[in-house]
Ligand binder design. Structure first.
Ligand code: PHE
Length: 454
């Protein structure tokens, strides 16, 4: 099966890797991850999260890319093509599109916040406190609506530009910029007073903190951060050529995503304690570290404001960084339904991008005017939507399409796969290990395991 020529393909290996890493690295790493770390007891979460990324995330990423490249289709078309004669499996693809649109609805509002804070930092530095207050008010409906619409326009513009001249070109320059900004900020924060305590919390695991909720959150976070379970990487994989080494590309993307999340934690957790030593409250009345939707958007700007001109520069850099990271991810969220529309319905890319963008922006408005939706949606999609999607993809690949044809597909860009250790291990992960692990985490969360084993 070959992708039709006018669908577009990645121009270079680096371009694809940057785009896939761009999809993975986003608000999930810089906004959600430190928040999860703070609300789940620090380093213990980090540890479980890493286990989830390596044991479930990586094998599933290989699976998605392989399905995508083999079929050259969007998720719905891909499952249709691999199981002709049965309509049921296309539902896995529809599930992905549904979750993708739902995620985009709240993601876009948070992305809008990041953009608003870029201007907030400038207006604050310029002494326009009234305006800066509006820009930093997370519950200001009109402001949220305006900035999420602006963000959607940017996303649609890039996606409408196509795979190589739109998505690839944009992400190739944005991703390295992001890394440089992040490193520079860590270097600064780590030498400030108070940062040590944050480092300790982040890096010294207290294993007694591990419980059912933490494990579920860590798994959901791994799916979300790696863009898995909704067919994003099936779609990106569909623009890949046969020469690409899928396991290696997936390893790079997983590695890049984990590293950026780790670095974001290394910046934000110590920064919270620096903020504390500058008089900002970071513990709530029960003595827990404040962790909320607003963590990054409340604590950090307050910190930046206490640091004078250096703070203004840091603040500006930080929110530019966050906007870049968010944009390379919203692009991929939009691309899935757009690919579905042009593959299955023959719609022109530009029209599809604008159409889906309008629907997405309208849904975002609900969240923009009532941001309390965010926690509910995060719970729904991270802890249920994505892992269920991932489970279905593993079972489909393992038992419907089967791992042998998948391995043959991988072999084309990675000779030796069929006979090497990867060829022996990966099928076992996809068929048994990953589905069982995902199921266990679910059962554990609803208390079935405790009930069974006391
Ligand atoms: N991985 C992105 C992030 O970390 C979010 C995302 C999830 C993007 C699912 C696409 C699909 O921010």
């Amino acid at each position: 099966m070959e992708a039709s020529a006018d669908r577009g393909t990645w121009n270079s290996r680096l371009g694809f890797i940057m785009a896939a890493a761009g999809s993975a690295v986003g608000l999930g790493n810089i906004w959600a991850f430190p928040n999860q770390v703070a609300s789940n007891g620090g380093a213990a979460f980090l540890l479980v999260y890493l286990v989830c990324c390596f044991s479930v995330g990586y094998p599933l990423m290989v699976a998605e890319l392989t399905i995508g490249r083999h079929t050259g289709r969007n998720p719905v078309g891909a499952f249709r093509a691999l199981a002709p004669g049965s309509r049921v499996y296309a539902l896995i693809g529809f599930w992905g599109i549904l979750c993708g649109v739902g995620i985009h609805a709240f993601y876009n509002v948070i992305a809008g916040w990041t953009l608003a804070f870029v201007f907030e930092e400038v207006t604050y530095a310029a002494g326009a406190t009234g305006l800066s207050q509006v820009l930093s008010d997370l519950s200001h409906g009109h402001k949220n609506a305006l900035f999420s619409c602006l963000f959607m326009v940017a996303t649609v513009t890039i996606v409408a530009g196509g795979v190589s001249s739109g998505i690839e070109r944009a992400t190739k320059t944005m991703m390295p910029a992001l890394l440089v900004i992040l490193l520079a900020m860590i270097a600064y924060v780590i030498f400030q007073e108070g940062s040590r305590e944050g480092l300790r919390l982040y890096l010294q695991p207290d294993l007694s903190k591990i419980n059912a909720r933490l494990v579920l959150n860590a798994m959901g976070q791994a799916f979300f951060s790696l863009s898995l379970g909704i067919g994003t990487l099936i779609t990106y994989g569909s623009y890949l050529n046969r020469k690409q080494n899928i396991p290696r590309a997936a390893a790079f993307v997983t590695g890049a995503d984990i590293s950026i999340a780790f670095l974001a934690g290394l910046l934000i957790i110590p920064a919270m304690f620096v903020a504390q030593s500058n008089g900002i409250q970071i513990f709530d009345d029960q003595g827990n570290l404040v962790s909320s939707t607003g963590l990054v958007f409340n604590t950090l700007p307050s910190l930046f404001h206490t640091l004078g001109p250096v703070g203004a520069v840091l603040g500006l850099l930080f929110f530019v960084l966050l906007s870049i990271a968010a944009l390379t991810s919203t692009i991929s969220l939009l691309e899935v339904p757009v690919a579905y529309l042009f593959d299955e319905w023959g719609m022109a890319r530009r029209r599809a991008a604008i159409g889906v963008g309008i629907v997405g922006a309208l849904l975002s408005l609900v969240v923009a005017y009532d941001p309390s939706w965010i926690d509910t949606l995060v719970n729904m999609f991270l802890n249920v939507g994505l892992p269920v999607g991932g489970l279905m993809i593993c079972l489909f690949l393992g038992f419907v399409w089967k791992t042998q044809p998948a391995l043959n597909e991988i072999e084309q860009g990675r000779p030796g796969t069929l006979t090497g250790p990867f060829g022996r291990l990966w099928p076992a992960f996809i068929k048994f290990f990953c589905p069982i692990l995902i199921l266990l985490v679910f059962l554990n969360t609803i208390g079935v395991l405790q009930w069974l084993f006391g």
